[in-house]
Design a protein around this ligand. Sequence first.
Ligand code: OSB
Ligand code: MG
Length: 368
Amino acid sequence: MPKVSKIEVFRVSLPLVRVFETSSHRKAYLEHILVRVEDGDGAVGWGEIASPSDPYYCPETVEDCLLMVDRYLAPALLSADWAHPADVGAAWARIRGHEFAKAGVEMACWDLWCRATDLPLARALGGTRPEIEAGVSLGIERTVDDLLAQVDRYAAEGYRRIKLKIAPGWDVEPVRAVRTARPGLPLHVDANGAYTEGQSAVFTELDDFGLTMIEQPYAPGALAAHARLQARIATPLCLDESVEDLDRLDTAITLEAGRILNIKVSRMGGLAPARAAHDRAVAAGWQVWCGGMHEFGIGRAANVAIASLPGFTLPSDVSGSDKYYERDVVEPPIRAADGLVPVPPGPGLGHEVDEDLVRRLASAVMAW
Ligand code: OSB
Ligand code: MG
């Protein structure tokens, strides 16, 4: 008997409380796809496809994700037999890529199974932490003073580390200003692949600022260039965009293309592959932490759950949802207090989805 008997997706936009700019994009609102699955007994689970909307972070757009669900993932899930959500991914093992779409559908199955089993998602995944350490990711600002004001604000809220987006023309100067203002602050930078190896002198300069890591300096496929850079600077490199599956992680480990992995449930194609990446990276002696895609409450709750696994030893990008959204789609909203986000004790994602709000906000609904 197939486990899931009904699937609905909702295309939902939420305005950001502040424009977010990186080396690759500038956003005033975000559009994600919320996934609702139901089994024959009427149990419900929710997932989130945190599509980056445009093909600048990864190739998937919102439209690609909707097409994938419609043509491939929904039909595969509706005919799949599975006893445990770790096995759901087998239903689309032959489909290459499209990790974001797969992740949102897989997440809904974890939530469904956990609620039916009365188990918190964190526990089902093997999480051990009662709370997770949270950091924030700060976008590119118009001026260094604007950036310093953002740093002050989030440091005062108690966040455990601050990550600064950098891009050519916005790197050494803002980092020096933040470092000078806050000598002891745990700080790292994220280039989202904006540099070429010919620009590597920037990283020699950044190597002197005591950064915890430099995240994704080069393009996703440039693993050899990352390895050459790692061999000549002391600051650990962290990979994000480069690692979309375990094979690429294996290559990165073998090449010593970094020492730290940013694990995103979306980028890895689901909670089960994210957990597998955690296991493999930790076994290789890499440190890992949980990244984000500005998730709404559903995806954010899943991030909290995976970040409770023992190998997530560095603060996450999983800040309170109030950093991005005035009104989120779950109750209670996800909040950090003194830089800690509690792992909820309730079943599944541990937060209730405001289904009326989701239906009201949806610009498109599809059902299978
Ligand atoms: O590279 O980690 C990234 C947001 C969108 C796309 C890529 C990235 C990010 C972030 C923000 O850094 C993470 C978050 O706060 O959710
Ligand atoms: Mg990143």
